[in-house]
Write a protein of this length. Structure first.
Length: 415
């Protein structure tokens, strides 16, 4: 399970209560009206689980993900966090960016006869994804109309260009609900289909997410609304939110958070003002030795959220060895590394509190699919709540679209 604590003082004034009530009702309306679809994915995506079960893809040992941004970040996050705790998990390769060196190196790792290929694009026309997909087809000599089409899956919106392509070649496809944005899509077919084929318990992950949604709309997660209210109220004076995750394998989760937060909350509001909470993703204890200095003594424009895993499920201990001239660290001998990293997390939080930096902490009792599902849903709901409270459209991305338009125009000019 997840638990929460914070250092910042929240007054719950009448104005703040009204603001939270308004945001809660806005989110409930989005869900009930089906205007926004991610709220219901924990239930609706159970159909994807059943469809994948019927495919019988056990004979494949490798998954190749061709997608970028919301089409890959969530998959990478779940894969990285849960892999050490899974059994017989298939290898997953990621082809995301248009960096030729990375593409070439990853292509060499593909085992064509053992691989399943997922081409993922909500719009169906993402230029990085389509370009890499063409490269994979050529490199692996994939016969789109022969036996190879059985190992290719398209995940996209119904009616998109990619969907039409899949229909033309009779390639299996999973559709993303039209009311689910790419950065909110990890609990849709985008994440569920490939991760389940890789061997993860996606039914348990969906249950964790679904239980958190139910708890939120039952009024049992008011801390989330209070945090959203605090962050939105302080967005002009402390516009940077730092996520400090104390586990190496949360690195891709922090990258997923950065996309979700930045693309959703950096907007022009309904009054024409430029607003946004800038996300920064860090890993403890590594980044204690750099960024923590900036937080504590630098410009006071940051709030900090810590993620702590109470039990890593690994009993590795510091050996009881004394080294000449560095005996001062002998006090840690014999203790678990689990104890050390959590003590570092606690010390960071205390240093932030002592220097009056607004801080909160999310604690996972251990790593499990249910807990990771709940953590994903926590951040999606928090994003929606902050967006509602800052009076923006949380779900569009006009800035990103402008960049795409310029890219297409410039490339077309080059002939």
């Amino acid at each position: 399970m997840l638990s929460f604590d914070r250092s910042f003082d929240f007054q719950n004034t009448q104005k703040e209560i009204e603001k939270m009530d308004s945001a809660f009702e806005a989110l409930k309306k989005e869900m009930d009206s089906d205007e926004i679809g991610y709220y219901k994915l924990p239930q609706s995506s159970l159909d994807i689980v059943e469809k994948v079960k019927a495919l019988h893809v056990e004979n494949f040992s490798q998954i190749v993900i061709i997608g970028i941004g919301g089409s890959s970040l969530g998959i990478k996050a779940v894969d990285q966090i849960l892999r050490p705790y899974g059994k017989n998990i298939k290898e997953i390769l990621y082809l995301e960016n248009s960096d030729p060196v990375s593409i070439s190196l990853t292509l060499k790792k593909i085992k064509k006869e053992e691989a399943l290929f997922f081409v993922i694009s909500k719009s169906g026309g993402t230029i990085e994804t389509t370009s890499i997909f063409k490269t994979v087809i050529q490199y692996c000599s994939l016969d789109l109309d022969g036996v190879d089409k059985k190992r290719i899956f398209a995940i996209t919106d119904s009616g998109s260009n990619l969907s039409d392509f899949a229909n033309f070649h009779q390639i299996a496809q999973f559709n993303i609900p039209l009311n689910v944005g790419g950065r909110f899509s990890v609990l849709s077919a985008v994440g569920v289909a490939p991760l389940m084929m890789a061997g993860y318990d996606m039914k348990a992950l969906l249950k964790g997410a679904g239980d958190f949604v139910k708890s939120f709309f039952a009024g049992d997660e008011n801390h989330l609304l209070e945090k959203a209210c605090y962050l939105s109220d302080k967005s002009k004076t402390t516009p940077i939110n730092v996520l400090f995750s104390y586990a190496d394998r949360l690195e891709n989760f922090t990258k997923w958070f950065v996309q979700l937060w930045a693309e959703s909350l950096g907007k022009v509001d309904n009054h024409g003002a430029h607003v946004g909470l800038t996300p920064v993703g860090l890993i403890g204890a590594v980044d204690q030795h750099s960024f923590l200095q900036l937080i504590i003594e630098g410009t006071r424009d940051k709030t900090v959220t810590l993620i702590k895993v109470e039990d890593f499920g690994d009993d590795l201990r510091v050996p009881d060895i004394s080294l000449k001239n560095i005996e001062k660290t002998n006090f840690i001998n014999g203790k678990k590394f689990n104890t050390l990293i959590n003590a570092q997390c606690d010390a960071t939080m205390q240093s932030l509190i002592d220097t009056k930096v607004s801080t909160d902490i999310i604690m996972l009792d251990f790593v499990s699919p249910e807990n990771i599902g709940a953590l994903i849903m926590y951040y999606e709901l928090l994003t929606s709540a902050v967006g509602s409270m800052t009076d923006i459209n949380t779900y569009n991305q006009p800035g990103v679209e402008l960049g795409k338009q310029i890219l297409y125009k410039n490339l077309q000019k080059q002939g």
